[in-house]
Design a protein around this ligand. Structure first.
Ligand SMILES: [Zn+2]
Length: 195
C-alpha cells in the first residue's frame, strides 16, 4: 500500500508511507524534486559527496565544540560510544529504524537538524536510511579506511558527532544511502497545523 500526500502550496511537500514499492515511490519523488522551486533546493550526488570528502566540506551554519568530558556528561554511554568514539549500534536495534513519523532527525549531541522524514526510506539494512541530508551543509564527509574498507564516514557538520556512512547504492534520483545510527539522532516530530 502506498500513500503519497502532496501539498500543492509552497513549499511543495510530500510524505511516503508503507514503502513496499520503492521504485514507484522514487519515480514519484523524482518528479516532485524536479519541480520543487525552493531557494535552498539541492540534490547531492555521489560525485559531490566524494568531492566533499577529498577537497573539504561545506561551511556549517554554526559550530558546537565541547570537551570529551562534557559530551560524556551529556550523553548516555551508548550515545557517547557511537557519536564521540565512532561506534556502531547492532542492526535492527535502534529505536528510529522502523519509525516513519513526520518530523526532523536532529543530532543527539547538538540538536542540529540533519535529515527529515520525507527523505527517509526502508533500506532493510537495520539502520535508519536517508537519501539526502536536510541541508547541503548539515553533514560532514570523511574518507574512512578502517577495517580494510574504503568508505565515506558521515558526521554532524556542527559538532563532528559520528553518524554513520554514506553509500552510492541508494534509490534514485540521488542514488545515495545515508546509513545512520539511531543513537546518533533524536526525532523532532512535526506538529500538525491542521485545524
Ligand atoms: Zn551535532
Amino acid at each position: 500500500m502506498i500513500r503519497v500526500v502532496i501539498d500543492v502550496l509552497f513549499p511543495l511537500n510530500y510524505n511516503c508511507k508503507f514503502l513496499n514499492n520503492n521504485s514507484t515511490i522514487f519515480k514519484l519523488k523524482k518528479s516532485i524534486l524536479l519541480i520543487k522551486k525552493r531557494k535552498e533546493y539541492f540534490m547531492l550526488t555521489w560525485k559531490e559527496v566524494i568531492n566533499f570528502s577529498v577537497k573539504g566540506n561545506p561551511t556549517p551554519d554554526k559550530r558546537v565544540e565541547k570537551s570529551e568530558a562534557e559530551w560524556q556528561a551529556q550523553l548516555t554511554p551508548e550515545q557517547f560510544r557511537i557519536t564521540r568514539q565512532k561506534g556502531t549500534e547492532r542492526p535492527h536495534s535502534g529505536a528510529l529504524c522502523s519509525i516513519h513519523d513526520e518530523g526532523k532527525y536532529n543530532c543527539v549531541c547538538c540538536d542540529t537538524p540533519l535529515f527529515d522524514s520525507t527523505i527517509k526510506f526502508s533500506s532493510g539494512t537495520g539502520w535508519p536510511s536517508f537519501t539526502q541530508p536536510i541541508k547541503e551543509n548539515a553533514i560532514k564527509y570523511e574518507r574512512d579506511t578502517a577495517f580494510g574498507m574504503v568508505r565515506v564516514e558521515v558526521m554532524c557538520n556542527t559538532c563532528d558527532g559520528h553518524l554513520g556512512h554514506v553509500f552510492p547504492d541508494g534509490p534514485e534520483p540521488s542514488g545515495l544511502r545515508y546509513c545512520i545510527n539511531s543513537e546518533s539522532m533524536q526525532l523532532e516530530k512535526e506538529i500538525s497545523n491542521d485545524n
